[in-house]
Design a protein around this ligand. Structure first.
Ligand code: ADP
Length: 148
């Protein structure tokens, strides 16, 4: 039996428009791609990220040599944090974004169209149900999220 559209779970995922996205004034273009995919905004705010928050958020890659440069990049300008909700939102957003390395990301994906490299890749998006729950808490107060 095929999975009917209505059977897909509604999920909420955490997106960050990284400093390169903000510097290139791509916020509107990128948001339009998510809106066109039937995702709705449940939370949105500008945030200047701190060293402490980035140590938590990127703990899984803290051992890599590029980590200090990544933290510097992520603090270069305030990021736009969004909570987006919709059917299958976590995987859907990752598909729209494309793989980490922008140079190999297919054209038509956000990273393939606008990213420059593995580091400067326009957006962050949660990669699983577990990380979405943790990351939504990390970036938003409960009172800043609507309908989640
Ligand atoms: P993703 O953001 O696609 O989930 P990761 O969690 O592996 O990827 O990495 C987090 C972020 O670290 C990436 O989005 C990117 O900004 C940076 N990064 C990952 N790999 C590299 C790399 N090889 N060189 C430079 N920066 C990297």
């Amino acid at each position: 039996m095929s999975l009917h559209k209505l059977d897909m779970p509604s999920e909420t995922t955490l997106i960050l428009f990284k400093p390169d996205c903000m510097e290139k004034n791509l916020g509107g273009v990128v948001l339009q791609r998510f809106m066109a995919a039937d995702l709705s905004i449940q939370g949105i705010k500008l945030m200047q990220l701190t060293e402490e928050l980035l140590n938590d958020h990127y703990a899984h890659i803290a051992e890599y040599p590029f980590f200090p440069k990544l933290k510097e990049f992520m603090q270069r300008k305030p990021v736009l944090a969004l909570a987006l909700q919709g059917e299958n939102a976590i995987q859907k957003v990752r598909d729209i974004l494309g793989p980490t390395d922008s140079t190999t990301a297919p054209k038509g994906t956000i990273r393939g169209d606008f990213g420059e490299s593995s580091m400067f890749n326009i957006c962050h998006a949660s990669d699983s149900t577990e990380s979405a729950a943790i990351e939504l808490k990390r970036f938003f107060e409960p009172t800043e999220l609507y309908g989640v």
